[in-house]
Design a binder for this molecule. Structure first.
Ligand code: NZQ
Ligand code: ZN
Length: 405
């Protein structure tokens, strides 16, 4: 195991009815900006619950900013940042999924980057995004009410912002972007369309895989924890498909998705975010849902990088899928690994998710533009060894054209 520091200051408030806790969690004299998405929070009554809880005590002034898109748009977020300055907002309350929470983190980080007229500088905010927001040293406090389990944004300090005009979807991260708290009420997830539920399960699954599927460093806690999260997602993915109203299943999915990307399983181990980084280009060029880009790419990443990931792939086959070379199967290493990859694909398929570019109605003409964008965004040394250059990414995309199994 490598040396590490683990720091996670996010207070998690989990369970049915917990939105009422906002009256204690948000400072009683705060100027609050509630941020939300395209309307689901209004339709489902969650926003009303939030408004009621904020009004239940104290003397808060409350403003609202709606319309943050899935894959939150840079220009929309800067309008929210202008609103922060206009009303001297000192607390952001994100009500929604990863897009709203990520977007609100970005607003929290860039609203101090102003021009002389007080408006937020588009150029400075863009520079901040392209440099991962590393240099930002102050931010507005932020809390979250999570409505979709998927990204882990509720308990981490990262995010992803899309700039459509520049055809760029870029990640950022800054410890100042950790939410002060996140409320996880699993009943809120019952209104999700099936597509979003399955997207969430897959996103969390791939988050675990990208912190696990590298090479062994004898990190027993992280490995066992990661394998358990994967097994829970396989089990609960099937369960939620069969019985979407089951609240116990929803609870387990929600907490698993949070644990998948709150830093814990990624401490002290190598990581490989190739699937995510190539996936971001697919979203930005073809508007494919984030999780669906991942299920298209991950099987090909596993196949293309089979040699360098061999030990972990065999461990994954054994501990997650119970494929054992010493018992009845008598398979060699290669066929054990291929069996595990096919099982992974079948798991994604069983959730109604695509596993190839063809499933997303794309063909080889999609590949060159993706490679160009990866180069433009300097995604040229991906992977746990920094060996995944543009040629490797091209081979991954070529393998993804159609599914093997
Ligand atoms: O916009 P509204 O109307 O709210 O509808 C949303 C949206 O259309 C809807 N929705 C959310 N909660 C609902 C609901 N509909 C009914 N009932 C509810 N309770 O679901 C749709 C998707 O929402 P979105 O927030 O986009 O989904 P998700 O949580 O999957 O977030 C995806 C974004 O997070 C980024 C992705 O790149 C993408 O931009 N990620 C962030 C990460 C992080 N911060 O650590 C890591 C991830 O890898 C990921 O990259
Ligand atoms: Zn993701």
């Amino acid at each position: 195991m490598k040396n590490f520091q683990y720091y996670n200051p996010v207070r998690i408030v989990f369970g049915e009815g917990q939105i009422a806790q906002l009256s204690d969690l948000v400072p009683s004299d705060a100027k609050v900006l509630i941020t939300y998405g395209g309307g689901s929070a209004e339709r489902t009554g969650t926003l009303d619950e939030v408004r009621t809880a904020l009004a239940a005590s104290g003397s808060r002034e409350v403003f609202e900013f709606g319309g943050i898109e899935p894959n939150p748009e840079f220009n929309t977020l800067l309008k929210a940042a202008d609103m922060v300055n206009e009303h001297n907002i000192d607390f952001l309350l994100a009500v929604g999924g990863g897009s709203v929470i990520d977007g609100s983190k970005f607003v929290a980080l860039v609203s101090s980057l102003t021009e002389q007229d007080g408006s937020v500088s588009r150029d400075k905010a863009w520079d901040a995004l392209t440099s991962y927001t590393r240099s930002i040293d102050s931010a507005i406090d932020l809390g979250a009410v999570l409505t979709i389990p998927a990204t882990g944004s509720e308990m981490n300090s990262g995010g992803v912002v899309n700039h459509s005009e520049r055809q760029a979807k870029l990640p950022f991260g800054n410890p100042l972007a950790f939410p002060k708290f996140s409320i996880l009420d699993p009943t809120k997830t019952l209104t999700l369309p099936e597509r979003q539920v399955m997207n969430g399960v897959a996103d969390a699954f791939v988050h675990v895989m990208e912190q696990y599927l590298t090479y062994p460093v004898n990190a027993k806690v992280q490995d066992a924890f990661a394998e358990s999260l994967l097994k829970i997602l396989i089990e609960e993915g099937a369960a939620v498909k069969a019985d979407p109203e089951n609240l116990e299943t929803r609870k387990n999915i929600m907490w698993t998705a949070t644990m998948a990307l709150n830093g814990l399983i990624g401490t002290g181990v190598p990581q490989d975010w190739t699937t995510h980084m190539v996936g971001h280009e697919l979203t930005s060029l073809h508007s494919i849902d984030h999780a669906r880009t991942l299920t298209i790419l991950l099987p090909s990443v596993m196949r293309e990088l089979k040699e360098s990931k061999k030990d972990k792939l065999l461990q994954y086959a054994r501990n997650v899928w119970a494929i054992d070379s010493n018992t009845d199967t008598k398979q060699d290493d290669d066929s054990i690994i291929e069996t595990a990859i096919v099982k992974t694909e079948n798991f994604f398929r069983s959730l109604g998710l695509p596993v190839s570019l063809a499933d997303a109605e794309l063909d080889e003409s999609a590949i060159d533009p993706i490679i160009k964008q990866l180069e433009a965004h300097n995604m040229v040394k991906l992977g746990e060894h920094g060996n995944n250059d543009l040629e490797v990414s091209r081979r991954i995309l070529e393998r993804s054209l159609t599914s093997v199994a």
